[in-house]
Design a protein around this ligand. Structure first.
Ligand code: PAF
Length: 180
């Protein structure tokens, strides 16, 4: 398993997968991995020969009133769990890599982003849509696996992929029997 923190290494690793004729499946996460996440990784393996898991606590999807610093983090534990599942690549950019100074583009979704959590947490789905679009573009993954539990998030991501003609297939996965 390769843990990757910079774009040059990510590009080289994903290009090597493509050269080897492997499809790539992405599981986007914010870390602190539990059984639900691990089920997504196992599902990803059913759809591709290579699996990349991203771990990035995305500041853009937290409200100013929400405590980003207190979001749980367990890098060593996460890597151990991913290694035990045979994950190929772990993409762990820092905030400056994901959002370099001067970054000024975000993805604004209406439709499925409105109401429910979109109302309770204004701007949250802008952050989710923006980071997911970047993760899709950065990894060039063929498919991405999302939990059905976060139903509104899943609808938002599917809308973005359809509206922006992104060359990736979103695979919903039911983890309701698990913790997440
Ligand atoms: O569901 C999550 O953990 C996050 O919203 C996601 C999809 C990884 C984007 O940061």
């Amino acid at each position: 398993m390769r843990v990757i923190r910079d774009f040059a290494a990510l590009r080289a690793a994903t290009a090597a997968c493509r050269m080897a004729g492997q499809r790539l499946a992405l599981v986007p996460t914010m870390g602190a991995l539990h059984e639900g996440h691990l089920a997504l990784v196992t599902e990803a393996r059913r759809h591709a020969e290579a699996v990349v898991v991203s771990i990035f606590v995305n500041p853009l999807q937290f409200l100013p009133t929400e405590d980003l610093a207190r979001y749980p983090r367990d890098e060593d534990g996460d890597l151990r769990k991913l290694e035990s599942l045979g994950t190929d690549l772990v993409w762990m950019p820092d905030v400056a890599t994901m959002y370099p100074p001067g970054a000024a583009t975000t993805i604004e979704v209406t439709g499925p982003a409105q109401g429910f959590e979109g109302t309770a947490r204004p701007g949250h789905f802008r952050g989710v849509a923006t980071v997911c679009t970047k993760l899709f573009s950065q990894t060039g993954a063929d498919v991405a696996v999302f939990g059905e539990k976060d139903w509104q998030q899943l609808q938002v991501v599917k809308r973005v992929v359809a509206d922006l003609d992104l060359p990736i297939r979103i695979i919903p996965h039911d983890t309701s029997a698990l913790n997440g």
